[in-house]
Design a binder for this molecule. Structure first.
Ligand SMILES: [Zn+2]
Length: 180
C-alpha cells in the first residue's frame, strides 16, 4: 500500500507553517519562556479518547497513533506539535511490561486507509500501567527510527499512577503538554 503522502512530504520539509491565531491564543503566555524546543498541544477531548482506550485494559500496554500537524510560533523559536486525533492500534502483541511495533508493524500503520483521509502522523502514544512515564530503550529506538523530526511526539501514560509525559524528537526530549 502506498505511504501516506503528507508523511512523505513532511519528512523533508523543515519550513513549518505558523500556528493559527486560534492555537496561539489557546497557549498560556508563560510557555513562551519555557525552555523547550517543542510544545505538544493536545485537545482535552483527544486525551479523553486516549485514556478511554488505555484504561480499557490496564493489564497490558496499549498503543496508538497521534494525528495532527506541526507548526511554529511566529518567532519560529518554538515548534508546536498540534494533535488533532488519536487512533488506537489494537492489533499488536502487547505484554504487561513491553510494547513495541516492529518495522513491519509500523509499515502497516502508515498504510491504514483511515489515516489517508484524516491527516498526518505526528506521533504515537502508549501506556505504562503502574511502571511510570519514561521512554524505555525499545521506546527510544522506536522514536529515533520512526519519529525523528523535532515535532514528532511520544506520549506515555501511566493510567494507574495517573501520570503522563510527552517526549519529542529523535532523542525523546521531555516536552510540556498544553491541554486546550
Ligand atoms: Zn514504553
Amino acid at each position: 500500500m502506498a505511504p501516506i503522502l503528507n508523511w512523505v512530504e513532511m519528512h523533508d520539509d523543515v519550513s513549518l507553517p505558523t500556528a493559527s491565531p486560534e492555537i496561539l491564543h489557546a497557549i498560556p503566555p508563560f510557555y513562551a519562556e519555557y525552555d523547550a524546543r517543542c510544545l505538544v498541544v493536545l485537545p482535552g477531548t483527544v486525551f479523553d479518547q486516549i485514556m478511554h482506550h488505555i484504561k480499557g485494559n490496564c493489564s497490558v500496554e496499549r498503543i496508538g497513533i497521534l494525528i495532527g500537524r506541526p507548526c511554529k510560533r511566529p518567532s519560529g523559536e518554538q515548534l508546536l506539535a498540534c494533535v488533532e486525533a488519536a487512533l488506537p492500534v489494537d492489533d499488536i502483541t502487547a505484554s504487561r511490561v513491553k510494547v513495541s511495533i516492529q518495522k513491519n508493524g509500523w509499515k502497516n500503520v502508515w498504510g491504514e486507509p483511515a489515516l489517508n483521509s484524516t491527516g498526518s502522523i505526528i506521533g504515537w502514544y502508549h501506556s505504562h500501567p503502574n511502571h511510570g512515564v519514561f521512554l524505555s530503550a525499545v521506546d527510544r529506538k522506536t522514536q529515533s527510527l520512526w519519529f525523528a523530526q523535532e515535532w514528532k511526539t511520544a506520549i506515555v501514560i501511566d493510567p494507574i499512577r495517573g501520570e503522563h509525559q510527552a517526549f519529542t524528537g529523535a532523542d525523546g526530549i521531555a516536552a510540556p503538554i498544553i491541554f486546550i
